[in-house]
Ligand binder design. Structure first.
Ligand code: SF4
Length: 315
C-alpha cells in the first residue's frame, strides 16, 4: 500500500542516515573509470547504493552480471526492470576478472539481475564468472549473491557450486508476512530458505572438502516488526546460514514502496545481539549495511568465529 502521507509529512532522513559525497581522493574515480571502460555494471551504481563513496574510495565494488535489466520488479529495488534485449555476454566473465585483477581485490563479490528469460536463469554465466576469477586471481575468494533461479533451482545450484565460490549469498530480503507483497508472486520466502539450505548440503557432499559459507540479508523499514526480523533470523539459522546482514531500506523513487520507519541505531545493535545469540558466525547490522558492504570483513569475522564443526542445515 502506498503511503497516504503527503511528501512533506513523510519521515525525514535522520542524521544517522547521512552519507558523504564522493571525494576525489582515494580510488573512487579509478574504480569508476575501470568499470565503465570495461563495460561492466555494478550494483553500487545500478541500485544507487548510499555507500558508494566509501566502498569505491576503498577500491572495492560489487559487480552485477547478466546485464542491466532485471526480469522482476521488486517494490524496494531501483535496478532497471523489463525485458532484456540481449542474451548474457559470454565475454563479460573475462572482463570482470580483468577488472578485479586490476583492482587487486582479495575478495570479489558478484551479483546479478534476475534472468527469468534465460533457460538456466544465468547459472552457467555465474559459474563462468567464478572460474574466470579463480583463473585470474587464484588467491582471491569469491562471493556470489544470486537470484532464486526460479524453476531450475537444483540444477542451477549444482552448476554454481561446482565452480566453488567461497561464499554463497541469497537474500531473503524481508520477513515472511511481507515477502509476497514486496517481492511479487514469483518469489517465495520458503524457496529462499530452501536455496540456502540446499547450497550448504550440496557443498557438504563435494570432494575435496568444500566448506562454503552461506549468507543472507534483510532490509528493514518496509513495515515489519523487530520481532518478525528476529523470527526471520531464526529461520535463516535453522537452515544453516552463517552470516546475516541487516540494513535500512531507502525508497529509491516515489514509485517504490514507502519507508515505514527509520530503524534507530540502538535497534540495529539489539538486532545484532539477537542474531549473535542465535549463533550466526557474523551479524552485520546497521543503518547503512548492505549485503555486500565490507563483505571481506564479514567473511573474515565468520571464519574467525567459526566453530571447529561448521554450521549445518538444521543446526
Ligand atoms: S555496500 Fe555493496 S553495493 Fe553498496 S557501494 Fe558498497 S560494495 Fe557497492
Amino acid at each position: 500500500m502506498e503511503s497516504l502521507l503527503p511528501v512533506a509529512e513523510r519521515p525525514r532522513r535522520p542524521e544517522w542516515m547521512k552519507v558523504r559525497a564522493p571525494s576525489k581522493d582515494g580510488s573512487y574515480f579509478d574504480v569508476q573509470k575501470l568499470v565503465h571502460g570495461l563495460s561492466l555494471h555494478t550494483i553500487c551504481e545500478e541500485a544507487r547504493c548510499p555507500n558508494i563513496s566509501e566502498c569505491w574510495g576503498r577500491g572495492t565494488a560489487t559487480f552485477q552480471i547478466l546485464g542491466d535489466t532485471c526480469t522482476r520488479a521488486c517494490r524496494y529495488c531501483y535496478v532497471h526492470s523489463g525485458k532484456p534485449d540481449a542474451p548474457p555476454d559470454p565475454l563479460e566473465p573475462l572482463r570482470l576478472a580483468q577488472a578485479a585483477a586490476q583492482m587487486q581485490l582479495k575478495h570479489v563479490v558478484v551479483t546479478s539481475v534476475d534472468r527469468d528469460d534465460v533457460p538456466d536463469r544465468g547459472a552457467g554465466h555465474y559459474a563462468a564468472t567464478i572460474r574466470a576469477l579463480k583463473a585470474k586471481l587464484p588467491e582471491a575468494s569469491v562471493e556470489v549473491l544470486t537470484p532464486d533461479f526460479l524453476g531450475v533451482e537444483e540444477e542451477a545450484l549444482q552448476t554454481v557450486l561446482a565452480a566453488r565460490p567461497e561464499v554463497f549469498n541469497h537474500n531473503i530480503e524481508t520477513v515472511r508476512r511481507l515477502h509476497a507483497r514486496m517481492r511479487g508472486a514469483k518469489a517465495s520466502y520458503d524457496g529462499a530458505l530452501w536455496l540456502l539450505r540446499r547450497a550448504k548440503e550440496i557443498a557438504s557432499y563435494a570432494e575435496p572438502l568444500y566448506p562454503v559459507l552461506t549468507k543472507s540479508g534483510i532490509i528493514v523499514g518496509l513495515g515489519e516488526t523487530n520481532d518478525e526480523i528476529v523470527e526471520t533470523m531464526r529461520d535463516l539459522r535453522a537452515n544453516g546460514v552463517d552470516v546475516v546482514t541487516i540494513g535500512q531500506y531507502l525508497q529509491p523513487s516515489s514509485k517504490h514502496a514507502p519507508i515505514d520507519r527509520w530503524v534507530h541505531p540502538d535497534e540495529f545493535r539489539w538486532l545484532r545481539e539477537q542474531g549473535e545469540a542465535l549463533g550466526f558466525g557474523s551479524v552485520f547490522s546497521g543503518p547503512l549495511v548492505r549485503s555486500s558492504y565490507r563483505a571481506d570483513e564479514q567473511k573474515h569475522a565468520v571464519l574467525a568465529a567459526r566453530p571447529a564443526k561448521p554450521a549445518s542445515p538444521g543446526g
